[in-house]
Design a protein around this ligand. Structure first.
Ligand SMILES: [Zn+2]
Length: 208
């Protein structure tokens, strides 16, 4: 796969990121990100092509170390997607990437989460997947409203962080879909099917 520009950062004494050379850990993280992208978009090569053909290309900044201090004075972050002019920058904590496979904590799948943000930003920045029909958007919004209360009470497989904004809802939902599809299917068939239809489109429509 081409089309992503990786850059590598470590913290200095003040917790500011300084650019570093790629070492074995960075390389492992980079491979994990690329492998995960292929898995996420295995049935949607079209989406992967879009994301990997930005001009300028999507920059993926890997942060190795736990003593970063970001500009908002948060002591540590897991990941985020930001814009700098036309550039899209995805920042990912190496530790989170490498523990993704085994952890089901607050951050379940940082690559899935941030890639959904990138997808979301393809259209308007509004927490809706690009290409959904009007009917699908309506169905999604109704289901999102309905599940709010159970998320708030901690009774849903969808983490509370989803309630921060529509953008975070779709990103967290994506994480749940990719890491705990069966649990999502059992608890919220509508949200599951919206995601499943999107990322696993029926074969007959994909065939020409
Ligand atoms: Zn997010």
């Amino acid at each position: 796969m081409q089309g992503f520009v990786f850059r590598y950062f470590i913290p200095n004494e003040d917790g500011e990121p300084i650019e570093a050379n790629r070492d074995a850990v960075f390389l492992e993280a980079e491979d994990a990100v690329l492998d995960r992208c292929v898995e996420l978009f295995v049935h949607r090569r079209d989406l992967l092509r879009k994301i990997s053909s930005f001009d300028p290309p999507l920059e993926i900044h890997l942060y190795q170390g736990s003593t970063f201090k970001d500009t908002k004075d948060q002591h540590y972050f897991y990941g985020r997607v930001t814009f700098d002019g036309d550039s899209r920058i995805m920042e990912l904590a190496v530790e989170e990437i490498l523990k993704t496979q085994n952890s089901f904590g607050e951050v379940m799948d940082i690559v899935a989460h941030e890639m959904i943000h990138v997808l979301d930003y393809l259209d308007d920045d509004n927490g809706i997947l690009p290409g959904w029909s009007v009917a699908q958007v309506e169905e999604f919004m109704a289901a999102r409203d309905l599940v709010r209360r159970s998320i708030m009470r901690g009774k849903s497989v969808i983490h509370r962080y989803a309630l921060v904004s529509p953008e975070e809802f779709i990103a967290v939902l994506g994480e749940v879909y990719f890491t705990q599809p069966e649990a999502l299917k059992d608890t919220n068939i509508i949200l599951f099917e919206l995601m499943d239809t999107y990322f696993h489109p029926p074969k007959k429509t994909a065939k020409r």
